[in-house]
Design a protein around this ligand. Structure first.
Ligand code: ATP
Length: 387
């Protein structure tokens, strides 16, 4: 077995062991879940384990299958293959109302003719909960979302953020063990979105329910999730803690979907015991070994996050991965400056630097990228241009 094969096997072994451990304590478990629309698999054999109390986000571009996955879990779509368990019980053929999950939608989905109190009371009424119990639980839920004073208003008398708080209160009022969120903040403006995502996380922590959250907003996913599952074309590309996925993207797609990294097309020219060399134009870049087995001479994409690119000061000795570069563009963005550094023909790096770093357009500087911060993926220049 080659060293790369050994590494890949170790990854497979640890993923298998992790899945086995997770399945013993999963609140929500999907096995080989598949959903077709016409002949296209919108969800293509997904396995997923969400632990009790965990906030898991399905993140991906439009059309990747995240809402369909959520609708399979709610039971509003019947799946074509696979199984779904909630709280250890097989619910694959159980209708939505028997799954005991709370739902929070993008469009709030409030009843327009009912007051806030009546909207929140609704799930309890249909479950025939006693009147006094409804009163106290609704009051408690409204307090939790900080709407205690607005119970008598109609939805149209509320702001978007307040309406979504009512949606939240209605989802949690019957104390479901699992709450599903389908892009709940996408109809709110940027500032409110930021405020509400902290509110949602606080509610998850205070009430301890398991949450599955769908968004295409990477910042939202990074900020509120315990783990993120990055999806594309109906499959999960990678699942893990936000910092882990951000630092070690498994594929080029994950790398470019999280953050806005530099991507440069090059050629793999050397593989050593634990490092590799990539050539871009006439520049050589030392990198860690690629995760995938890549043949020498293949086209690759070098990924470097802008925040790890630094400009060396003049007293520093030239080291590995330190190159001369010309500042070819510069913009001031308040909390930082963004520089475009041209190192070679076809080799440019964007760098985020503190706003007080005073270089001028056209200056020649030395830039450094630590070896450990470079990532190499298979792919030709087309995969850089497509992204
Ligand atoms: P978005 O962020 O735009 O909502 P998404 O990741 O949630 O996207 P889905 O809504 O799950 O994506 O759609 C996945 C794929 O399934 C897409 O190609 C979509 O066109 C298709 N699809 C979804 N619902 C239906 C439907 N009812 N009939 C036919 N095709 C559908």
């Amino acid at each position: 077995m080659t060293m790369l094969e050994t590494r890949s096997q170790a990854l497979v072994d640890s993923a298998g062991q992790q899945a086995a451990e997770e399945s013993q304590e999963s609140m929500v478990q999907l096995r080989s879940v598949t959903k077709y629309f016409a002949n296209v698999a919108a969800v293509d054999g997904i396995d997923l384990d969400v632990a009790e109390g965990e906030v898991l986000t399905l993140l991906g571009p439009s059309g990747c299958g995240k809402s369909t996955t959520l609708r399979c879990i709610t039971g509003s779509l019947e799946i074509d293959a696979g199984t779904i368990q909630i709280g250890g019980k097989d619910v694959t053929r159980v209708p939505t109302h028997g799954r005991h999950i709370g739902l929070v939608f993008q469009n709030f989905a409030l009843f327009p003719h009912m007051t806030v109190t009546e909207n929140v009371a609704f799930p309890l009424k249909v479950r025939r909960v006693a009147k006094h119990e409804i009163r106290s639980r609704v009051a408690q839920a409204l307090e939790l979302v900080q709407l205690g004073q607005l119970g008598k208003r109609l939805p149209r008398e509320l702001s978007g953020g307040q309406q979504q708080r009512v949606g939240l209160a209605r989802a949690i009022v019957y104390r479901p063990r699992v709450v599903l969120f389908d892009e709940p903040l996408s109809n709110l403006d940027a500032m409110l979105r930021r405020e509400m995502r902290y509110e949602i996380r606080r509610l998850c922590d205070e009430l301890g329910f398991t949450a599955i959250y769908v968004t295409h907003d990477q910042e939202e996913a990074l900020a509120l999730s315990d783990r993120i599952a990055v999806m594309k074309d109906g499959i999960i590309h990678q699942i893990g803690a936000p910092d882990e996925i951000y630092a070690s993207p498994r594929t080029l797609f994950v790398a470019q979907f999280l953050g806005n990294p530099n991507r440069n097309a090059g050629t793999l020219t050397e593989l050593r015991a634990d490092e590799a060399t990539v050539r871009i134009g006439t520049t050589t870049v030392e990198t860690p070994l690629p995760l995938d087995e890549i043949a020498l001479g293949s086209d690759v994409v070098l990924v470097v996050r802008p925040e790890v690119v630094r400009i060396a000061n003049s007293a520093e000795q030239t080291r590995v991965n330190m190159w001369e570069a010309r500042i070819s563009a510069m913009s001031f963005l308040g909390e930082r400056r963004e520089y475009v550094l041209t190192i070679d023909e076809g080799f440019e790096l964007r760098a985020y630097l503190p706003p007080d770093v005073g270089h001028a357009l056209g200056d020649v500087v030395r830039v450094e990228v630590p070896i450990a911060e470079c990532r190499v993926y298979p792919g030709a220049s087309a995969s850089v241009e497509d992204s």
